[in-house]
Design a protein around this ligand. Structure first.
Ligand SMILES: NC(=O)c1ccc[n+]([C@@H]2O[C@H](COP(=O)([O-])OP(=O)(O)OC[C@H]3O[C@@H](n4cnc5c(N)ncnc54)[C@H](OP(=O)(O)O)[C@@H]3O)[C@@H](O)[C@H]2O)c1
Length: 195
């Protein structure tokens, strides 16, 4: 039987409601942080002794964190999700440095939107920057990245890469570029369960 799960909706909608007023979204925020950030940290901690043993034995152990493009560029209405993914990316980065020379390769994956069940409830499409990539294409890039021992495996489409580059150079320009589409985007993602 499937374990009972708290429903997790997208995004900033929860944080837009006051934490002092009772809101189902507050439970969603807790659930999202537990699932996206706390669980991988604790799972990694539990796996590390085995990874260390494998790394010492044959030097080919690997730890792969599945972050998100939202962990690179804070996307509107995904604030909590973005925070968990940015947190996971920094966790991986710190750990990679701790594990230097251990034989454990640490990689973080930054997918843009992918056509998986978790995207079924979003209405946002390519016009809003949410064109979905086929799973097989993304998986092939992740595998190639791991084989090439990349540390950051970024599977975003070129237009999302362009936004990432602009965000690094001029984050306020990204704010201004997204501003005209905010209302449309909010409506499109308002029912998205982002997990
Ligand atoms: N799809 C995208 O556009 C996209 C983009 C960037 C990053 N990601 C990340 O990629 C990872 C995989 O997502 P996906 O796209 O492959 O989505 P998916 O096909 O919907 O898979 C989500 C997985 O999470 C599990 N899950 C959901 N809620 C859970 C809970 N409360 N406790 C335990 N497990 C739970 C699901 O288990 P069940 O199969 O049992 O339901 C499923 O295995 C996620 O970390 C996601 O944030 C996805």
């Amino acid at each position: 039987m499937r374990p009972k799960r708290s429903p997790i909706r997208s995004s900033t909608m929860p944080s837009a409601t006051s934490s002092t007023s009772p809101s189902p979204y507050v439970a969603d925020i807790h659930a999202m942080i537990r699932l996206n950030l706390l669980a991988p940290i604790l799972a990694t901690r539990a796996a590390l002794p085995y990874l260390r043993a494998a790394g010492a034995q044959h030097g080919h152990a690997a730890l792969v964190g599945i972050a998100s493009a939202s962990g690179l560029v804070g996307t509107p209405y995904y604030a909590t999700y973005a925070a968990t993914k940015a947190g996971l990316a920094r966790f991986d980065e710190a750990l990679r440095r701790e594990l230097y020379g251990s034989g454990i390769h640490v990689a973080t994956v930054f997918p843009g939107p992918v056509d998986t069940p978790m995207m079924a409830t979003t209405q946002a499409g390519p016009d809003l920057g949410y064109g979905l990539r086929p799973v097989d294409d993304v998986v092939a890039e992740i595998v190639a990245g791991l084989e090439g021992r990349q540390i950051d495996i970024n599977t975003q489409l070129p237009e999302r890469r362009a936004m990432e580059d602009l965000n690094a150079r001029d984050p306020l320009a990204v704010d201004a570029a997204l501003a005209p589409k905010l209302a449309e985007l909010r409506a499109a993602v308002s029912r998205h369960r982002s997990i």
